[in-house]
Design a protein around this ligand. Structure first.
Ligand code: SAM
Length: 387
């Protein structure tokens, strides 16, 4: 087995609970094959942990176990079973959820999303790439899947020296899989959809949002229209806006599927749409803002904050008194504190008081590890334009 020896800085960082060691914090790398399981030791030869070694990435070590135990098929099967038991406890009224969320489920750099009996995998490091057959075998044994798809079309894989690719691993996936989220049915294309097909991280926020939304509602950055469809039950009119033609077509199909006639979807740039709505004196009783991550790195936090400010300020101006703003940021690099600051500035600039009705994050099937801030990325506030 390969061996990594960490510097004292690396060890103190690791002892605080963070599950990664960066290449700069390694004093020695010995016989470590790319993507293998290696031991981590301090300079006195004291065993610290076992984990994944990556040859190219800045993240050289990812924690798998703090014990000197065999890491073979049964170990991984047990981790998947544990992850499933946890989902059985926390996931309600849906058959589409995240089964494995990387480090948070003790399987670093692996994502598995479940859509009914279809499973979508993403292997985001050399090690999970090497272990792919093992995870496929586990899924076959535990779930008898209809299909297993590999959605490795992510640029982050390049940091690991891995190619971007998509593969049908087993079975026959229907062109579109139909799943449900509470009362809403929706169809998702696991081959071409964004992420693994759907934004499962917003599921609980979408379901809860229906409790607060009434009257005229705008779902901005709507993707397949799920916030809009949840809102449509009690709203009089819902407009969904997204710049992706595929998203708008799927959203419209989903509205038909649910027999909802008070929802319409438009292909437009949200920034332009909001400006035009403000300029023409439109008003809404509820607005959902769920943009893509604007802060892709620490370097562009300021630009990202300006983007969030522009959107939220326009949305607040469009809201009637008592109206509800459901606003999200999925930028890990923009902290919750910074997001709140942006919203406070929007309240000040628009001369309104915003009252928090719900302070939320990603759904429980994307659990957050306390000592791993990278696992917490989605911030979502339900705000009332109080006065
Ligand atoms: C985070 S996703 C929205 C997820 C959605 N709210 C849901 O719950 O499924 C962001 C969406 O914004 C869209 N998008 C990105 N930039 C846009 C822009 N400038 N104007 C409109 N839509 C945009 C993407 O196509 C994507 O569907």
């Amino acid at each position: 087995m390969g061996l990594l020896i960490a510097t004292s800085k690396g060890i103190s960082w690791f002892r605080k609970g963070h599950p990664w060691i960066f290449r700069n914090d390694l004093a020695k790398i010995q016989d470590a094959a790319p993507g293998s399981i290696v031991s981590l030791e301090d300079k006195n030869g004291k065993f610290l942990a076992q984990g994944f070694y990556s040859e190219h990435s800045k993240i050289a070590f990812r924690l798998v176990s703090r014990n000197q135990e065999p890491i073979r098929y049964n170990f991984w099967k047990d981790r998947v079973e544990r992850a499933f038991r946890y989902r059985q406890a926390v996931v309600e009224r849906t058959n589409a959820y995240r089964l494995i969320y990387g480090e948070s489920d003790g399987i670093p750099s692996l994502i598995i999303d479940r859509y009914a009996d279809n499973f979508v995998l993403q292997t985001l490091s050399q090690a999970t790439e090497n272990l792919l057959d093992m995870f496929v075998k586990t899924l076959l044994e535990l779930f008898r899947p209809l299909s297993i798809i590999l959605r490795n079309d992510l640029s982050v894989r390049e940091l690991e020296g891995l190619p971007q690719e998509k593969k049908m691993i087993m079975g026959k996936c229907p062109l579109k899989v139909q799943v449900f989220e509470g009362k809403i049915q929706y169809r998702v294309d696991l081959w071409i959809g964004q992420k693994t097909g759907a934004y499962l991280d917003q599921r609980e926020n979408r379901s809860l949002s229906a409790r607060f939304l009434r009257g005229r509602v705008l779902d901005a950055f709507c993707y397949h229209g799920l916030f809009a469809l949840h809102a449509a039950g009690k709203a009089t009119q819902v407009i969904g806006v997204d710049s992706s033609q595929e998203a708008i077509e799927q959203a419209s199909e989903n509205a038909l599927l649910n027999g909802l006639a008070n929802v319409e979807f438009r292909k437009e740039n949200v920034f332009d749409f909001l400006k035009a709505e403000v300029d023409s004196g439109q008003n809404y009783d509820g607005i959902i803002l769920d943009p893509p991550a604007f802060a892709k790195s620490k370097e562009n936090i300021s630009a990202a904050a300006r983007g969030y400010k522009e959107l939220n300020l326009r949305a607040i101006r469009l809201l009637n008194p008592g109206g509800i703003l459901i606003t999200s940021s999925c930028s890990y690099n923009l902290s919750e504190t910074k997001f709140w600051e942006v919203l406070k500035e929007c309240a000040k600039d628009s001369g309104t008081m915003l009252r928090i009705i719900e302070r939320r994050g990603q759904s429980a099937d994307h659990p957050i590890l306390l000592s791993f801030p990278e696992s917490y990325y989605l911030k979502c506030l339900f705000l009332e334009k109080f006065h």
